[in-house]
Design a protein around this ligand. Structure first.
Ligand SMILES: Cc1cc2nc3c(=O)[nH]c(=O)nc-3n(C[C@H](O)[C@H](O)[C@H](O)COP(=O)(O)OP(=O)(O)OC[C@H]3O[C@@H](n4cnc5c(N)ncnc54)[C@H](O)[C@@H]3O)c2cc1C
Length: 449
């Protein structure tokens, strides 16, 4: 067995490809890292076309190419050994009030879109914990927020426009291309370079959030639907010690701007926080969105972190697994058994819920889900050793790892967890028959078998 085969068999191959590349040019290439700095991209060749026309020429003449968003993924999903292209300059935004949709250029981030929409009286259904990612980067990896009835951020996509491998411009919509459209939204960057996305919008709304401290897991066991259903979006945080969630963040959607919500002192015996909290115990909370029941616009409450502020810890690694919600508490208990191995390397774990959807490569495809997230300290050697143990503990629940975060699940286990994988590959083949957009991440995770 050669080294490549060994790494693949042990599942470490995916992980190995995520290691920062240490070479003589590292300093010069410092700007070519992802947001966290744990990954140096394998090429210095980054194209930034100013127009769709220019992008089409780049795609047509390139042999291998990968679209890059705002670089927030922790693994090598956006990496290329040949060439990357950023559509940051394609940032037009158009509101269609009659259709209740907004169309955004491929370079637009939620931090740009959300205030713009709000000024015009509109909102999206949900956001992730931070607003700084591109809309297309988020949709490509099935990025999600929380809420028992909230689909991930790709679920409101109504139409998509992309440049396929031969340089032509393809437009697909939910209404006209119902048979293949669900495969094109969570695309993992495999279909082409997206130039425009159309999203459903709804009237702007206000949200108020409060935080409770120390929720015993026995309460969670007995009242899981009541706890995750206590708000429009609910997040639990834990360090996996003392059989409890350290914090519960409850985000309630207001029926109107004047609605006043009463927050009881006790929530399933957890206590209402008296001051503004950061999810990571001990971190200053200035970067967080307002709590203590103060109402505010949807985009300044649904994410945990404010626009323009450093989200989370900054210097960190992230992992996340989605399991069926019906097994949520058993999955939590399975991970809890590893607590003494996990906690020393952990900043914090977040537990969220996501509604089921029909997007073929979505981590919530036809499964209402619990997402078990880990924000790790930047200790990759230790984290890399723990991930297979967590994955083994969760294996009975068929966990689907977040496409943009670190995992070591071997492809032979991953592939059966996506019932529409073969349809997705056929769709990819239609728009990219030569594998122009296929990178090592896709080869290892989808095409290894
Ligand atoms: C601090 C932090 C907090 C996070 N919080 C959450 C969270 O709350 N919930 C959650 O689910 N995830 C979260 N994530 C993960 C993050 O949302 C995903 O990794 C997301 O994919 C990052 O988007 P991006 O714009 O940075 O894209 P990148 O990471 O640059 O790329 C991601 C994928 O999108 C593709 N892509 C980008 N642009 C295009 C394009 N124009 N055309 C075609 N494909 C394209 C890339 O090829 C790649 O496959 C978080 C990440 C960080 C760093």
């Amino acid at each position: 067995m050669d080294k490549r085969e060994f790494l693949k068999t042990t599942g470490a191959f995916v992980a190995a490809s995520m290691l920062p590349h240490i070479d003589a040019n590292a300093e010069a290439a410092a700007h070519r890292t992802n947001w966290s700095g744990n990954l140096t991209y394998s090429t210095d060749n980054l194209q930034t076309p100013a127009s769709v026309d220019e992008l089409q020429k780049i795609v047509k003449s390139s042999s291998h190419l990968r679209a890059l968003g705002s670089r927030h993924s922790f693994n090598s999903i956006a990496d290329s050994r040949y060439e990357q292209v950023s559509v940051a300059h394609l940032n037009d935004t158009t509101l269609d009030e009659a259709a209740h949709t907004v169309t955004v250029g491929g370079g637009v981030t939620y931090a740009q879109l959300a205030p713009w929409l709000t000024q015009r009286g509109y909102a999206l259904h949900n956001l992730a914990s931070l607003p700084g990612v591109t809309v297309i980067g988020a949709c490509s990896t099935a990025t999600h927020g929380s809420g028992l009835h909230n689909g991930n951020l790709a679920t409101p996509v109504a139409a998509i426009e992309f440049v396929s491998a031969d340089g032509s411009l393809v437009q697909l919509s939910r209404d006209k291309d119902g048979d293949t459209f669900p495969g094109a939204v969570v695309s993992l960057g495999a279909l082409g370079v997206v130039t425009r996305l159309t999203l459903d919008v709804q009237p702007a709304y206000q949200v108020a959030q409060s935080v409770y401290e120390n929720l015993n897991f026995d309460e969670l066991h007995n009242n899981i639907d009541g706890i995750f259903g206590a708000g429009y979006s609910v997040s639990l945080f834990t360090d996996w010690q003392h059989h409890r969630a350290t914090q519960v963040w409850i985000k309630k959607r207001l029926a109107n701007a004047n609605e006043s919500i009463q927050w009881p002192q006790l929530f399933y015996n957890a206590t209402l926080a008296k001051q503004k909290m950061h999810p990571i115990t001990g971190h200053p909370a200035e970067s967080c969105t307002d709590q203590q029941g103060i109402p505010g616009p949807w985009y300044d409450r649904l994410p945990h972190f404010r626009i323009g502020q450093t989200p989370s810890s900054g210097h960190e690694l992230q992992t996340e697994y989605l399991v069926p919600y019906e097994h949520a508490f058993d999955a939590i208990l399975a991970v809890e058994k590893l607590h003494d191995q996990i906690t020393p390397h952990l900043f914090v774990t977040e537990l969220r819920t996501i509604a089921a959807d029909n997007l073929w490569m979505s981590t919530a495809y036809q499964r209402q889900s619990l997402a078990i997230h880990f924000t790790w300290k930047p200790e990759w050697t230790a984290v890399r050793a723990i991930l297979p143990r967590i994955e083994a503990a969760l294996a009975t629940f068929d966990p689907r790892p977040h496409w943009g975060k670190l995992f070591t699940v071997p492809s032979m286990q991953l592939e059966p967890r996506y019932a529409k994988l073969n349809d997705f590959k056929a769709l990819v083949n239609r728009y990219d028959p030569q594998g122009k957009f296929r990178n090592d991440f896709l080869s290892m995770n989808l095409y290894a078998g």
